[in-house]
Design a protein. Structure first.
Length: 188
């Protein structure tokens, strides 16, 4: 009888430990190679993101609404992972390439204290940006109307999309930070 009393609590502990481990993050598809222009005016190839974990968002610099909040949130993430995330990159795609030229993107990036070696602000042909937003990241069309998604996208070292995070959610940053840390640990 005494061994039965010990076995049941031990079994419960084992079950709880087994249930507490999180399932792997899903795989929503692969980001194909792309080429745009960064905030310095240099050609930017997605090859620069190979073997890196990265977070993408779509913004524009004259946005009166969610874009400044989203950029502030990415700044928080950049600061929160500064010491431990050499493999992390942030990528902000403009949905207003006619206005958001490299000098404009540089000024915007400085406003948010973006580390230029880790946080890229990209511009280019609207067709390319639209393809990425609509077809690759499955967010929304960026057809020149300045309408865009307010979600962040987490991409792993194999260019696989692993998560979507609404910038409007109250707990988005802790959730995105935790999942980013999980992905950074995968295959490190």
């Amino acid at each position: 009888m005494a061994s039965w009393c010990w076995t049941v609590p031990a079994l419960n502990v084992l079950l709880l430990v087994g249930c507490s481990s999180k399932p792997p993050l899903p795989n929503y598809g692969v980001v194909p190679d792309f080429a745009l222009t960064d905030q310095t005016g240099a050609a930017f190839s997605s090859k620069a993101l190979d073997k890196r974990v990265w977070i993408a968002d779509f913004i524009y610099t004259t946005c009166p609404g969610p874009c400044p909040r989203m950029s502030s949130q990415l700044h928080q993430l950049q600061a929160g992972l500064a010491g431990e995330a050499d493999g992390l990159r942030l990528v902000s795609f403009t949905v207003d390439p006619a206005h958001d030229t490299p000098p404009v993107l540089t000024a915007y990036s400085k406003h948010f204290a973006a580390d230029p070696s880790k946080w890229f602000f990209l511009t280019g042909e609207i067709a390319t940006i639209n393809h990425l937003s609509r077809d690759v990241f499955r967010l929304s069309s960026t057809d020149g109307t300045l309408e865009h998604s307010t979600r962040f996208v987490l991409v792993d070292r194999q260019s696989r999309i692993r998560g979507f995070y609404s910038s409007l959610d109250q707990d988005v940053m802790p959730h995105l930070l935790a999942d980013t840390k999980r992905i950074l640990k995968e295959g490190a």
